[in-house]
Design a binder for this molecule. Sequence first.
Ligand SMILES: [Mn+2]
Length: 294
Amino acid sequence: MYKGMKDDWIKLYLCRKPSFMSSERGYEESEFTVFGVPFDATASFRPGARFAPMEIRRASENIEFSDLGGIRLADIGDLIPTNSVTWMLRRVSRIVGEILGDGKTPIILGGEHTLTLASALKVCKHGGGLIVLDAHLDLRDEFMDTRLNHATWLRRLFERSKGLKTMIIGVREAPSNLIEYAVKNGIEILEADRVMKEYEESIKAIKDYVSTLSEVYLSIDMDVLDPAYAPGVSNPEPCGLSPAMVKGILEEICSVRLVGLDVVEVNPLFDFGQTSYYAAYMIYTALARSARIS
Ligand SMILES: [Mn+2]
């Protein structure tokens, strides 16, 4: 028996845990730092988004990507489990702060959309604009007897950072009082209906908007896609965008420096993996475009 054989069997017969885009890089060498937030405690309809980070990783390991070389990415794991929305937000805030402090870009695998309250708040202190792809406005003052949940997080964010430049793309039907709130607070809304009927003009509107930003925090709620493409979300809304449309939109947004990204609301309990595949592909699309400008 030769020296070292004792652990050779580990490498011979066993493989590591899934890692986003099969990355084996350490934190120090990363430009993009991925972590998961397996949290869905405030889900208002279908719980299950807590299972998304691992499914998105699994999907990302099984898509053939052409252009990985330029993307220096490390997957540092998942947030330790909690059922407290306050503790989840504190921990996300701390982790995002550390990653930003080290000059890296946080990439977050949700989990429910509430996490963006913590991450966007951190990033906004660094002077970024916010672009949200979502079927919903998430601007309610309260929902189902709580003020801090995945239908209210954007309102809470605006209360804490007045005047934050924000655009929401892919909105379906929305209550008029929420539209009024958005207009009053200078939030740009690009409805899914308009994107589908006037795609080229919408891309131009996005291009004009991002040209006013020095850097952007991007939050992708997977329910922006039509439920035909992404049935595995917590609150599906009919008549959404196609993956090709969202791909074009992401490439336009990420022509500006990306300062943070999250992909939220994937719910693997309600599909056969397709929503996780698109989530992984959307992140790849954003990072491949960003890597070209950095
Ligand atoms: Mn949504």
